[in-house]
Write a protein that binds this ligand. Sequence first.
Ligand code: URA
Length: 433
Amino acid sequence: MNICDIIMKTKRRTELSENEIRFIVDGFVSGEIPDYQMAAWLMAVCMGSLTEKETGYLTSAMRDSGNVLDMSEVKGVTVDKHSTGGIGDKTSLVIAPICASCGIKVPKMSGRGLGFTGGTIDKLESIPGFVVNVDFEKYTQIINSVGTAIIAQSGNLVPADKKMYALRDVTATVDSIPLICSSIMSKKLATGADCILLDVKTGSGAFMKSCPDAVRLAELMVKTGKSAGKKCRALITDMDEPLGSCIGNALEVIEAVEILKGNKKDRLTELCIALSANMLEIAGAGNIDQCEEMVRRAVSEGKALEKFSEMIEAQGGDIGFINDYSEIFKAEYSYEVRSCTDGYIACINSEEIGYCSLMAGAGRKQKDDKVDNSAGIVLNAGKGDKVKKGDLLMTIYSSTVVELSEIGNRALDAVIISDTVPDIMPVVYKIIK
Ligand code: URA
C-alpha cells in the first residue's frame, strides 16, 4: 500500500477500504507515516469528508491503536456519558451519582481543563484528599461497590488520537465532522461501557456553533457507536450561555452539590435530569417517563447525594465540604461586575466568560500551571433576565492577586444587554436515537 495513493483517493473522494484506513492509522502511530503525509490526508478529509463506512473504520482503527478496557468484571449494565464541552458544564458530577443511585453502573474517565473550558478532574481535585489516579483494578472495584467512579484517563488509551489531535491542532484540521466523530468515539469505545450517551452542545460557547452541524455530528456519532455494538444516543443541548451560574473548580463542585440536595431548579438542573433519564432509559431501566420519575425521586429522597458522598469517600476524599462549603471555597479576593444600562440580557458570550475565569486562576495559561481551586465566576443573571443599571451581573473570585478589574471589564463586555426580550431556546433541542 502506498500513502500517496491513499491521500489521492481521499482527495478524489474515492472510498477507502478498512485495510487502507488501518494502514494510515497504524503507520502514523508507529512513525512510518510522517506528520506531513498524515497532515495532507487530514486536510483531504477536511476538504472532502469521509463516508459513514470510512468513519466507522477510522474510529475502530483508532480505538485499537492502544488498550481497550475490558469492563466484564463490572456487574450490571454500564453507561458512560460524553459532553462535547462547554463553559460551566459540571453535569458529570451530578448525573454519575444520580444514575448509580438508580442502580446502573457509571464508569467515568474524564479530562482536565483545556483552553478556556474546565475539566471534571480539575473540579474534583478541589475536594481535599480526592484521588483521581486510580488503577484499573481499584476503578472496577469502586464501580462494583459504589456504582460509579470518576477518574483521570490513564494508560495507553487511543494513542492514535493523542498524536492525530496534536497534528490537527496545528494544521487547521480540527473542524471536520468525521474527524471529530472518530476522535471522540474511539476514546468512548476504548473505555468499554455498554451504553454511551452523548451531550452534543451547540451555540456560541460550543465546538459546533450551528444546530444543523451539531445534529450532523450527533447523527454520525450515534451511527458509529451503534455499528460498534454499543447502545448509543445523543442529546443536542444549548451552549449559548454558560451552563448554570458557577464557573470554576470548587464553585462548580458546590453547584453540583446544590443540585443533588434538590436546591436548584434552573436550566442546568433540567439538563442533568434529562441526561440522567436518557442514560437510565438506554440502560433499560424503564421508559423515559419512568426514568425521569426515578431521577427526580433519587434527588428528592437524598439517595443521589448519598451516592455522591460514597463516591467521594471511596476515592479518598473528605466529605466535610458537603455541609460546609468554606472547606473548599476560600477565595480571598472578589470583584463585582455591575450593569451599565437597563434592559434584557440578550447574550452572555460563554467563551469570553470561560477566558475570564481562566485569567482569574481557574484554568492553566501554560501546561504545567497549578490551578486556583477557588477562582471563578458566579453569575447573578442569565439570558433573558431584566436588569437595571447598577445591578450585579456577576462576581469574579480569586485567591491570588490578579488584575480583577481588568478581567471584570472583559467580562462586562461579554454580556450584551438589549431593549427587547431575547428568544430563549429550550435546554435540550433534540434527541438523536
Ligand atoms: N473533542 C475531541 O475529543 N476530539 C475532537 O476532535 C474534538 C473535540
